[in-house]
Design a binder for this molecule. Structure first.
Ligand code: SF4
Length: 388
């Protein structure tokens, strides 16, 4: 019998990342406009970028969700009206909202699909039933909910369930935390979280990273998640790098596609998830309650980012144009990440600058030409195999 395959929902911190997420296999991308999101430092989208992002997604049969997860005062609701009108006109697929007042307001002035943001911390079927009564279509569950609990909530309400599958954790109940306000006067519920939970603290003379959580990885549970008929899986990280995004989306796409086509997992991509800059992984609360084992006591991420660049153009029979993000030299080994399938390893034997002059090194920020390869496409991420 065919498995129930969840939608793969990826973060789009910029138009470049939105496109990358879709090309590497996301079914939907969540983004934020310039106001009302919870990432003040992220590359939030202008209206023109939202429009271009939706066009890019819709012509590939993918979806765009716009996050409006700040909690608003009455006077701010008026400012929301024109943004909601705009989102309705450009046919966004859903808005992801936290505040019940904002939800009620959006219902009053539009017919937009509404997903309840994880920021609302829905943990049980009574809260979910209330959401159903007010017309919410999907619930992005709190990261504290297990897969078994999610299945029960879905069975009791019939609502779509979305769960976090990969990325950083919030040690508090999804932003309901005041450490950042208290220490830095920066409000986690208004996009200002300083990640104070990641800091070194001292309690009774003991210094440690008491509140810093390991990162969630649910890759090994994909089959169980399909059996539980969870509707969507969310990758955290609008602030993460394109390299991180491409690697994570590609791995989960491969896992889900293999379950769809062969009813079994493709484990080949699990090693890729260890190549990106990440804290140690754990399974969050998906299967069992997080314990003291979930604390990331190293404090700092010690893995280096090994991106070399991005393929800007693959001109058939002529060249690959590479935007260099981290310098590399002749005779370095590069690893190209195609949108599907195994990586392609190449040694740099010939390299030219953008005008076609031979060079020995590609500087960070420059554009270089490499020989054409028919298996490499525009948009592919390029890693460097660092010399030990
Ligand atoms: S400081 Fe940490 S626990 Fe608090 S909201 Fe930010 S990420 Fe969550």
């Amino acid at each position: 019998m065919a498995l129930y395959i969840p939608e793969l929902v990826a973060p789009g911190g910029s138009l470049e990342k939105l496109k990358m997420a879709i090309l590497y296999g996301a079914d939907a991308v969540y983004i934020a406009g310039e106001n009302f999101g919870l990432r003040t430092a992220a590359d939030n989208f202008s209206k023109d970028e939202i429009l271009r992002g939706i066009e890019f997604a819709h012509c590939r049969s993918k979806k765009i969700y716009v996050v409006i997860n700040a909690f608003l005062h009455d006077k701010e609701l008026g400012e929301l009206e024109s943004f909601i009108e705009f989102l309705s006109q450009v046919k966004v697929d859903a808005v992801v909202v936290s505040d019940f007042g904002v939800i009620s307001y959006i219902k009053k002035i539009s017919n937009l699909n509404i997903h309840l943001s994880t920021q609302n911390t829905c943990l049980n079927s009574y809260a979910a039933s209330l959401c159903k009564e007010i017309g919410i279509n999907r619930i992005v569950l709190g990261r504290e909910v297990s897969m078994e609990e999610a299945k029960i909530i879905k069975d009791q309400t019939g609502l779509e369930m979305e769960m976090f599958i990969h990325g950083s954790m919030c040690m508090s109940y999804s932003g309901n935390c005041l450490i950042s306000n208290y220490v830095f006067n920066r409000d986690s519920n208004r996009g200002g979280c300083k990640h104070s939970c990641r800091f070194l603290y001292q309690i009774d003379g003991r210094r440690d990273y008491f509140y810093s959580s390991k990162d969630l990885m649910g890759f090994e549970f994909l089959l169980k998640i399909c059996h539980a008929k969870i509707d969507a899986l969310k990758i955290e990280g609008r602030m993460k790098t394109p390299h991180y995004l491409a690697t994570v989306v590609k791995a989960y796409r491969a896992g889900l596609d293999s379950l769809k086509e062969k009813n079994e997992m493709d484990w080949s991509q699990i090693g890729e998830l260890n190549k990106i800059q990440t804290r140690d992984y754990f399974g969050g609360n998906l299967m069992t309650k997080a314990t003291e084992e979930s604390v990331f006591s190293k404090g700092k991420i010690d893995k280096a980012e090994d991106i070399a660049g991005v393929v800007l153009e693959a001109k058939k029979g002529e060249h690959l144009l590479i935007q260099v993000k981290s310098a590399f030299e002749k005779f370095d080994h590069l690893e190209f990440l195609p949108f599907r399938g195994e990586s392609i390893m190449l040694e740099v034997l010939h390299m030219m600058d953008a005008s076609g002059q031979p060079i020995d090194a590609g500087k960070t920020g420059s554009v270089v030409k490499l020989p054409y390869n028919p298996n490499i496409e525009s948009g592919n991420i390029v890693r460097i195999k660092r010399k030990k």
